[in-house]
Design a protein. Sequence first.
Length: 365
Amino acid sequence: MPPKLPLAKRIELKIARVLFALPPRAQLWLSGRPALVRAGATLHPQLQLALTLNRGHDKVIALSHPSLSKARRNMVRDTTRFLAAAPEVHAVRDFRIATPDAELPARHYTPAPSAEQRPLLVFLHGGGFALGNLDSHDDLCRRLCSAGRLHVLSVEYRKAPEAPFPAATVDALAALRYAQAHARALGADESRIAVGGDSAGANLATFVARRTRHDRPPFAQVLIYPATDFSTQWPSREQFGRGLFLTAADITWFDEQYAAGAQAKADPDLSPLCDPDLRGLCPAVVMTAELDPLRDEGEAYAAALASAGNRVVSWREVGLTHGFVHLAVLASAAEQAVDRLVARVSSLLHEPVVRPVSTARAEVN
Protein backbone atom coordinates (compact mmCIF):
# COMPACT_ATOMS: atom_id res chain seq x y z
CA MET A 1 0.00 0.00 0.00
CA PRO A 2 1.14 3.63 -0.41
CA PRO A 3 3.05 5.04 2.57
CA LYS A 4 0.87 6.62 5.24
CA LEU A 5 0.49 10.36 4.98
CA PRO A 6 2.15 12.35 7.78
CA LEU A 7 -0.17 14.40 9.96
CA ALA A 8 0.53 17.70 8.18
CA LYS A 9 -0.31 16.16 4.81
CA ARG A 10 -3.48 14.56 6.17
CA ILE A 11 -4.63 17.96 7.39
CA GLU A 12 -3.71 19.54 4.04
CA LEU A 13 -5.65 16.85 2.19
CA LYS A 14 -8.75 17.35 4.35
CA ILE A 15 -8.67 21.12 3.81
CA ALA A 16 -8.20 20.67 0.07
CA ARG A 17 -11.11 18.25 -0.15
CA VAL A 18 -13.34 20.68 1.75
CA LEU A 19 -12.44 23.42 -0.73
CA PHE A 20 -13.09 21.21 -3.75
CA ALA A 21 -16.45 20.16 -2.30
CA LEU A 22 -17.71 23.74 -1.97
CA PRO A 23 -20.49 24.98 -4.26
CA PRO A 24 -19.26 26.11 -7.70
CA ARG A 25 -19.90 29.80 -6.95
CA ALA A 26 -17.76 29.58 -3.83
CA GLN A 27 -14.96 27.89 -5.78
CA LEU A 28 -15.05 30.65 -8.39
CA TRP A 29 -14.94 33.27 -5.63
CA LEU A 30 -11.90 31.59 -4.12
CA SER A 31 -10.25 31.52 -7.53
CA GLY A 32 -10.50 35.32 -7.60
CA ARG A 33 -12.06 35.66 -11.05
CA PRO A 34 -15.22 34.86 -13.04
CA ALA A 35 -15.67 31.55 -14.78
CA LEU A 36 -12.94 31.05 -17.37
CA VAL A 37 -14.43 30.70 -20.84
CA ARG A 38 -12.36 29.98 -23.94
CA ALA A 39 -13.70 29.35 -27.44
CA GLY A 40 -17.12 28.59 -26.00
CA ALA A 41 -15.74 26.11 -23.46
CA THR A 42 -16.14 26.80 -19.73
CA LEU A 43 -13.53 25.53 -17.32
CA HIS A 44 -15.00 23.46 -14.49
CA PRO A 45 -14.96 25.48 -11.22
CA GLN A 46 -12.93 22.76 -9.50
CA LEU A 47 -10.25 23.00 -12.19
CA GLN A 48 -10.29 26.79 -11.97
CA LEU A 49 -9.72 26.54 -8.23
CA ALA A 50 -6.89 24.07 -8.85
CA LEU A 51 -5.24 26.56 -11.21
CA THR A 52 -5.39 29.23 -8.52
CA LEU A 53 -3.86 26.91 -5.94
CA ASN A 54 -1.20 25.87 -8.46
CA ARG A 55 0.45 29.29 -8.82
CA GLY A 56 2.94 29.75 -11.62
CA HIS A 57 1.02 27.55 -14.04
CA ASP A 58 1.31 30.08 -16.85
CA LYS A 59 5.11 29.88 -16.97
CA VAL A 60 7.08 27.81 -19.43
CA ILE A 61 7.94 24.55 -17.67
CA ALA A 62 11.55 24.25 -18.80
CA LEU A 63 13.81 26.56 -20.76
CA SER A 64 17.21 25.19 -19.83
CA HIS A 65 18.70 22.05 -18.41
CA PRO A 66 18.87 23.33 -14.79
CA SER A 67 15.22 24.38 -14.89
CA LEU A 68 14.37 21.07 -16.55
CA SER A 69 15.84 19.27 -13.56
CA LYS A 70 13.70 21.41 -11.30
CA ALA A 71 10.63 20.81 -13.45
CA ARG A 72 11.19 17.07 -13.18
CA ARG A 73 11.34 17.28 -9.40
CA ASN A 74 8.32 19.56 -9.25
CA MET A 75 6.16 17.29 -11.40
CA VAL A 76 6.84 14.32 -9.16
CA ARG A 77 6.28 16.44 -6.05
CA ASP A 78 2.98 17.84 -7.29
CA THR A 79 1.60 14.52 -8.55
CA THR A 80 2.57 12.54 -5.46
CA ARG A 81 1.59 15.09 -2.81
CA PHE A 82 -1.32 12.93 -1.62
CA LEU A 83 -0.16 9.57 -2.92
CA ALA A 84 -1.12 7.79 0.29
CA ALA A 85 -4.77 8.56 -0.53
CA ALA A 86 -4.50 6.56 -3.76
CA PRO A 87 -6.37 3.24 -4.06
CA GLU A 88 -4.77 0.14 -2.63
CA VAL A 89 -3.94 -2.78 -4.91
CA HIS A 90 -3.07 -6.37 -4.12
CA ALA A 91 0.67 -5.99 -4.72
CA VAL A 92 3.22 -3.62 -6.21
CA ARG A 93 6.72 -4.60 -7.32
CA ASP A 94 9.49 -2.43 -8.73
CA PHE A 95 12.14 -3.91 -11.00
CA ARG A 96 14.10 -3.13 -14.18
CA ILE A 97 13.65 -4.29 -17.74
CA ALA A 98 16.96 -4.89 -19.47
CA THR A 99 17.09 -3.91 -23.14
CA PRO A 100 20.01 -3.60 -25.57
CA ASP A 101 19.87 0.18 -25.13
CA ALA A 102 19.02 0.77 -21.47
CA GLU A 103 17.66 -0.62 -18.22
CA LEU A 104 14.10 0.65 -17.91
CA PRO A 105 12.54 1.16 -14.46
CA ALA A 106 9.25 -0.72 -14.25
CA ARG A 107 6.46 -1.18 -11.71
CA HIS A 108 3.99 -4.05 -11.73
CA TYR A 109 0.59 -3.48 -10.10
CA THR A 110 -1.25 -6.73 -9.35
CA PRO A 111 -5.06 -6.78 -8.99
CA ALA A 112 -6.97 -8.78 -6.41
CA PRO A 113 -6.61 -12.56 -6.81
CA SER A 114 -9.06 -14.17 -9.21
CA ALA A 115 -9.79 -17.61 -10.59
CA GLU A 116 -9.30 -16.13 -14.06
CA GLN A 117 -6.18 -14.48 -15.38
CA ARG A 118 -6.57 -10.74 -15.75
CA PRO A 119 -5.61 -8.59 -18.74
CA LEU A 120 -2.42 -6.52 -18.61
CA LEU A 121 -1.95 -2.88 -19.59
CA VAL A 122 1.53 -1.63 -20.41
CA PHE A 123 1.39 1.99 -19.28
CA LEU A 124 3.68 4.74 -20.60
CA HIS A 125 3.61 7.96 -18.60
CA GLY A 126 3.17 11.48 -19.95
CA GLY A 127 5.36 14.51 -19.36
CA GLY A 128 6.28 15.96 -22.74
CA PHE A 129 8.82 13.19 -23.36
CA ALA A 130 11.02 15.03 -20.84
CA LEU A 131 9.27 14.82 -17.46
CA GLY A 132 7.49 12.18 -15.40
CA ASN A 133 8.38 8.80 -13.98
CA LEU A 134 6.80 5.80 -12.28
CA ASP A 135 5.81 7.84 -9.23
CA SER A 136 4.17 10.72 -11.12
CA HIS A 137 1.51 8.36 -12.51
CA ASP A 138 1.22 5.98 -9.59
CA ASP A 139 -2.29 7.12 -8.64
CA LEU A 140 -3.68 6.58 -12.15
CA CYS A 141 -2.03 3.16 -12.44
CA ARG A 142 -3.50 2.13 -9.11
CA ARG A 143 -6.97 3.16 -10.24
CA LEU A 144 -6.62 1.21 -13.48
CA CYS A 145 -5.44 -1.82 -11.56
CA SER A 146 -7.95 -1.72 -8.70
CA ALA A 147 -11.19 -0.59 -10.32
CA GLY A 148 -10.28 -1.93 -13.76
CA ARG A 149 -9.27 -5.38 -12.48
CA LEU A 150 -6.11 -5.20 -14.56
CA HIS A 151 -2.45 -5.95 -14.22
CA VAL A 152 -0.67 -2.70 -14.95
CA LEU A 153 2.98 -2.65 -16.00
CA SER A 154 4.18 0.94 -15.81
CA VAL A 155 7.45 1.45 -17.67
CA GLU A 156 9.73 4.47 -17.58
CA TYR A 157 11.39 5.25 -20.91
CA ARG A 158 14.46 7.34 -21.75
CA LYS A 159 13.66 11.06 -21.90
CA ALA A 160 14.60 14.09 -23.93
CA PRO A 161 16.71 16.11 -24.26
CA GLU A 162 19.27 13.53 -23.13
CA ALA A 163 17.64 10.88 -25.33
CA PRO A 164 15.60 12.50 -28.13
CA PHE A 165 13.40 10.77 -30.70
CA PRO A 166 13.39 7.87 -31.48
CA ALA A 167 14.80 6.56 -28.16
CA ALA A 168 11.45 6.59 -26.34
CA THR A 169 9.74 4.69 -29.17
CA VAL A 170 12.40 1.97 -28.97
CA ASP A 171 11.83 1.67 -25.23
CA ALA A 172 8.04 1.61 -25.60
CA LEU A 173 8.23 -1.27 -28.05
CA ALA A 174 10.65 -3.10 -25.75
CA ALA A 175 8.15 -2.68 -22.91
CA LEU A 176 5.39 -4.36 -24.91
CA ARG A 177 7.66 -7.21 -25.97
CA TYR A 178 8.72 -7.75 -22.36
CA ALA A 179 5.09 -7.93 -21.24
CA GLN A 180 4.23 -10.38 -24.00
CA ALA A 181 7.20 -12.60 -23.16
CA HIS A 182 6.62 -12.53 -19.39
CA ALA A 183 2.83 -12.36 -19.12
CA ARG A 184 2.54 -15.76 -17.47
CA ALA A 185 5.24 -14.93 -14.95
CA LEU A 186 3.38 -11.73 -14.16
CA GLY A 187 0.18 -13.73 -13.67
CA ALA A 188 -1.60 -12.04 -16.57
CA ASP A 189 -3.57 -13.27 -19.55
CA GLU A 190 -1.05 -13.37 -22.39
CA SER A 191 -3.83 -13.05 -24.99
CA ARG A 192 -4.99 -9.69 -23.63
CA ILE A 193 -2.03 -7.36 -23.35
CA ALA A 194 -2.78 -3.72 -24.15
CA VAL A 195 -0.61 -0.64 -24.40
CA GLY A 196 -1.53 2.86 -23.32
CA GLY A 197 -0.49 6.12 -21.80
CA ASP A 198 -1.32 9.77 -21.38
CA SER A 199 -0.13 12.68 -23.52
CA ALA A 200 3.44 11.86 -24.60
CA GLY A 201 2.93 8.31 -23.35
CA ALA A 202 -0.16 8.00 -25.53
CA ASN A 203 1.93 9.11 -28.50
CA LEU A 204 4.33 6.25 -27.76
CA ALA A 205 1.39 3.84 -27.47
CA THR A 206 0.26 4.83 -30.97
CA PHE A 207 3.74 4.02 -32.25
CA VAL A 208 3.69 0.58 -30.65
CA ALA A 209 0.23 -0.21 -32.04
CA ARG A 210 1.23 0.85 -35.55
CA ARG A 211 4.68 -0.73 -35.57
CA THR A 212 3.37 -4.13 -34.44
CA ARG A 213 0.14 -4.31 -36.44
CA HIS A 214 1.44 -7.31 -38.46
CA ASP A 215 3.58 -8.88 -35.72
CA ARG A 216 2.08 -9.65 -32.31
CA PRO A 217 0.11 -6.43 -31.89
CA PRO A 218 -1.35 -5.39 -28.54
CA PHE A 219 -4.93 -6.33 -27.70
CA ALA A 220 -5.89 -2.64 -27.53
CA GLN A 221 -4.45 0.87 -27.28
CA VAL A 222 -5.49 3.32 -24.56
CA LEU A 223 -4.88 6.96 -25.51
CA ILE A 224 -5.41 9.62 -22.85
CA TYR A 225 -5.36 13.15 -24.37
CA PRO A 226 -2.74 11.98 -26.89
CA ALA A 227 -0.15 14.07 -28.73
CA THR A 228 -0.48 12.95 -32.34
CA ASP A 229 0.78 15.69 -34.65
CA PHE A 230 4.05 17.63 -34.40
CA SER A 231 3.63 19.05 -37.91
CA THR A 232 0.50 21.20 -37.53
CA GLN A 233 -0.64 23.99 -35.22
CA TRP A 234 -4.20 22.90 -34.49
CA PRO A 235 -6.75 25.54 -33.39
CA SER A 236 -6.98 24.15 -29.84
CA ARG A 237 -3.32 25.03 -29.26
CA GLU A 238 -4.15 28.69 -29.79
CA GLN A 239 -7.49 28.55 -27.99
CA PHE A 240 -6.27 26.80 -24.83
CA GLY A 241 -2.53 27.42 -24.93
CA ARG A 242 -2.37 30.08 -22.20
CA GLY A 243 -3.30 30.16 -18.54
CA LEU A 244 -4.01 26.45 -18.16
CA PHE A 245 -1.90 23.56 -16.91
CA LEU A 246 -0.22 22.94 -20.28
CA THR A 247 0.75 25.98 -22.34
CA ALA A 248 1.62 26.39 -26.00
CA ALA A 249 5.09 27.53 -24.91
CA ASP A 250 5.54 24.30 -22.97
CA ILE A 251 4.52 22.26 -26.00
CA THR A 252 6.95 24.13 -28.24
CA TRP A 253 9.82 23.53 -25.84
CA PHE A 254 8.99 19.85 -25.45
CA ASP A 255 8.72 19.47 -29.23
CA GLU A 256 12.12 21.06 -29.74
CA GLN A 257 13.80 18.75 -27.25
CA TYR A 258 12.18 15.47 -28.28
CA ALA A 259 11.77 15.96 -32.03
CA ALA A 260 15.40 17.04 -32.48
CA GLY A 261 16.22 13.51 -33.62
CA ALA A 262 13.53 13.44 -36.33
CA GLN A 263 14.24 14.27 -39.96
CA ALA A 264 10.71 15.60 -40.44
CA LYS A 265 7.92 16.64 -38.08
CA ALA A 266 5.51 14.67 -40.30
CA ASP A 267 7.35 11.40 -39.67
CA PRO A 268 4.49 9.02 -38.73
CA ASP A 269 6.60 7.55 -35.92
CA LEU A 270 6.60 11.04 -34.41
CA SER A 271 3.24 12.28 -35.70
CA PRO A 272 0.93 9.26 -36.09
CA LEU A 273 -1.81 11.46 -37.52
CA CYS A 274 0.44 11.85 -40.58
CA ASP A 275 0.41 8.10 -41.26
CA PRO A 276 -1.39 7.64 -44.60
CA ASP A 277 -2.40 4.07 -43.73
CA LEU A 278 -3.97 3.43 -40.34
CA ARG A 279 -5.77 0.26 -41.37
CA GLY A 280 -5.61 -2.95 -39.40
CA LEU A 281 -4.84 -1.51 -35.96
CA CYS A 282 -6.01 -2.85 -32.60
CA PRO A 283 -9.10 -1.33 -30.94
CA ALA A 284 -8.57 2.10 -29.40
CA VAL A 285 -9.93 3.96 -26.39
CA VAL A 286 -9.35 7.69 -26.89
CA MET A 287 -10.16 10.27 -24.23
CA THR A 288 -9.67 14.01 -24.76
CA ALA A 289 -10.26 17.07 -22.57
CA GLU A 290 -12.29 20.05 -23.74
CA LEU A 291 -9.86 22.80 -22.69
CA ASP A 292 -6.68 21.02 -23.77
CA PRO A 293 -4.22 22.41 -26.35
CA LEU A 294 -3.88 18.82 -27.66
CA ARG A 295 -7.64 18.29 -27.97
CA ASP A 296 -8.01 18.78 -31.72
CA GLU A 297 -5.17 16.49 -32.77
CA GLY A 298 -6.33 13.79 -30.35
CA GLU A 299 -9.86 13.88 -31.71
CA ALA A 300 -8.58 14.01 -35.29
CA TYR A 301 -6.57 10.85 -34.63
CA ALA A 302 -9.60 9.08 -33.18
CA ALA A 303 -11.56 10.04 -36.29
CA ALA A 304 -8.74 8.89 -38.58
CA LEU A 305 -8.58 5.53 -36.82
CA ALA A 306 -12.32 5.08 -37.24
CA SER A 307 -12.22 6.14 -40.90
CA ALA A 308 -9.56 3.50 -41.50
CA GLY A 309 -11.97 0.83 -40.25
CA ASN A 310 -10.62 0.39 -36.74
CA ARG A 311 -12.76 -0.01 -33.68
CA VAL A 312 -12.68 3.22 -31.65
CA VAL A 313 -14.39 4.36 -28.47
CA SER A 314 -13.75 8.09 -28.12
CA TRP A 315 -15.16 10.89 -26.02
CA ARG A 316 -14.40 14.39 -24.78
CA GLU A 317 -14.44 15.29 -21.10
CA VAL A 318 -16.24 18.64 -20.86
CA GLY A 319 -14.80 21.41 -18.69
CA LEU A 320 -11.51 19.66 -18.03
CA THR A 321 -7.92 20.39 -19.02
CA HIS A 322 -4.80 18.53 -20.00
CA GLY A 323 -3.41 16.63 -17.01
CA PHE A 324 -6.69 16.38 -15.13
CA VAL A 325 -6.06 12.73 -14.23
CA HIS A 326 -3.62 13.98 -11.58
CA LEU A 327 -6.45 15.81 -9.78
CA ALA A 328 -8.63 12.74 -9.25
CA VAL A 329 -7.64 12.49 -5.59
CA LEU A 330 -9.07 15.98 -4.94
CA ALA A 331 -11.59 17.05 -7.58
CA SER A 332 -14.74 14.98 -8.06
CA ALA A 333 -15.04 16.15 -11.68
CA ALA A 334 -11.61 14.72 -12.45
CA GLU A 335 -12.27 11.56 -10.44
CA GLN A 336 -15.53 10.89 -12.26
CA ALA A 337 -13.78 11.33 -15.60
CA VAL A 338 -11.05 8.89 -14.57
CA ASP A 339 -13.73 6.47 -13.40
CA ARG A 340 -15.33 6.62 -16.87
CA LEU A 341 -11.96 5.99 -18.46
CA VAL A 342 -11.23 3.00 -16.23
CA ALA A 343 -14.67 1.53 -16.81
CA ARG A 344 -14.36 1.72 -20.59
CA VAL A 345 -10.82 0.36 -20.62
CA SER A 346 -11.85 -2.49 -18.31
CA SER A 347 -14.90 -3.29 -20.40
CA LEU A 348 -12.82 -3.54 -23.57
CA LEU A 349 -9.97 -5.55 -22.07
CA HIS A 350 -12.28 -8.06 -20.37
CA GLU A 351 -14.19 -8.83 -23.55
CA PRO A 352 -13.70 -12.27 -25.12
CA VAL A 353 -10.70 -12.41 -27.42
CA VAL A 354 -12.89 -13.01 -30.49
CA ARG A 355 -14.93 -9.85 -31.12
CA PRO A 356 -17.20 -8.75 -33.95
CA VAL A 357 -16.05 -5.68 -35.84
CA SER A 358 -18.03 -2.57 -34.93
CA THR A 359 -17.97 1.08 -35.85
CA ALA A 360 -16.62 3.97 -33.82
CA ARG A 361 -18.70 5.40 -31.01
CA ALA A 362 -18.15 9.07 -30.22
CA GLU A 363 -19.37 10.51 -26.94
CA VAL A 364 -19.22 13.69 -24.91
CA ASN A 365 -19.18 13.59 -21.13
